[in-house]
Write a protein that binds this ligand. Structure first.
Ligand SMILES: [Mg+2]
Length: 130
């Protein structure tokens, strides 16, 4: 790690891969084989550890510990992207675009409903004041 500098997803991936290589965990002799299944399992296990922070409430009691669990999730997710050959940055950008398109019709419908309610409210307030 290089202090608190801002790094992008590719640099984070490079740093994670360098750490894995330095530890000797990337080869087939690794006690923790980096198969897609093992890494996906690890993402979920770390997500469960993240959830433990909210087991009995919504308060963030220990932000540092919470951040460490969030980082664990990301570190395994970045490894899963490498092992599966998925460009996680591109996948995330594409998914956000799909979500924006998917939910824009919902937002438009909600905006139309709000406008209709506003008109009704104005109509009834005028009717009762006359
Ligand atoms: Mg953890």
């Amino acid at each position: 790690m290089r202090g608190n500098e801002i790094v992008d997803i590719r640099e984070l991936t490079t740093q994670v891969e360098a750490f894995i290589a330095d530890m000797g965990w990337s080869g087939p002799q690794s006690p923790w084989p980096r198969t897609p299944r093992n890494l996906a399992t690890s993402v979920v296990i770390e997500a469960a550890e993240l959830l433990q922070h909210f087991q009995w409430g919504d308060e963030v009691a220990d932000p540092d510990a919470l951040g460490a669990e969030m980082a664990d999730v990301l570190i395994y997710l970045l490894q899963l992207a490498v092992v599966t050959g998925i460009d996680l940055e591109a996948a995330t950008v594409a998914k956000l675009a799909r979500n924006r398109q998917r939910f824009s019709s919902l937002k438009n419908r909600r905006d139309a409903e709000d406008a209709e309610k506003e008109l009704e409210t104005r109509f009834w307030s005028q009717s009762t004041s006359d």
